[in-house]
Design a protein around this ligand. Structure first.
Ligand SMILES: Nc1ncnc2c1ncn2[C@@H]1O[C@H](COP(=O)(O)OP(=O)(O)OP(=O)(O)O)[C@@H](O)[C@H]1O
Ligand SMILES: [Mg+2]
Length: 130
């Protein structure tokens, strides 16, 4: 019974997703402001380096990337936020609209299910804590 209660309760109350995106550093302000305008308040920003399909190369022909052995790490910025599931699609749309240039290296968005959040000051948990 407790087990069933847990499933139902968590399904109703604790539906949250972590949206993590790796973006061009010069797009962060635009993305952050756009997220602010749709009501996103809590987020974390981390300076990072990384590479994607082109292994960090930005000045070669497409076919050459596959043959290139060395990997170059380019400056990127990681932006992460935990949001309630009802706003995930809107958050993703907003990030894409603000971050996209159409050139390689625009970045990536990953989503993860989150099973709880706790506001340390008040002890609130779940959706109330994000
Ligand atoms: N599979 C991955 N796992 C973790 N991080 C990734 C992954 N792919 C990309 N990244 C991160 O995202 C950054 C930007 O990736 P990027 O936009 O170049 O991806 P891509 O797959 O090469 O797409 P594009 O062809 O549009 O460039 C990378 O520098 C890296 O930090
Ligand atoms: Mg790339």
């Amino acid at each position: 019974m407790n087990f069933l209660f847990d499933i139902v309760y968590k399904k109703v109350v604790f539906d949250m997703t972590k949206v993590e995106c790796i973006l061009r550093p010069n797009k962060i302000k635009e993305v952050k402001d756009a997220l602010g305008s749709i009501g996103i308040k809590g987020l974390t920003v981390t300076e990072a380096v990384g590479c994607g399909l082109q292994k960090g190369h930005i000045d070669m022909e497409l076919e050459a990337w596959d043959n290139e052995l060395s990997i170059t790490l380019l400056p990127k910025t990681k932006l992460e936020m935990v949001v309630t599931d009802d706003v995930v699609d809107k958050v993703i749309d907003t990030i894409i609209k603000a971050a996209r240039t159409g050139q390689v290296g625009d970045g990536k968005i990953f989503t993860y299910h989150v099973n709880n959040a706790i506001r340390i000051r008040t002890g609130e948990t779940g959706e109330k804590a994000v």
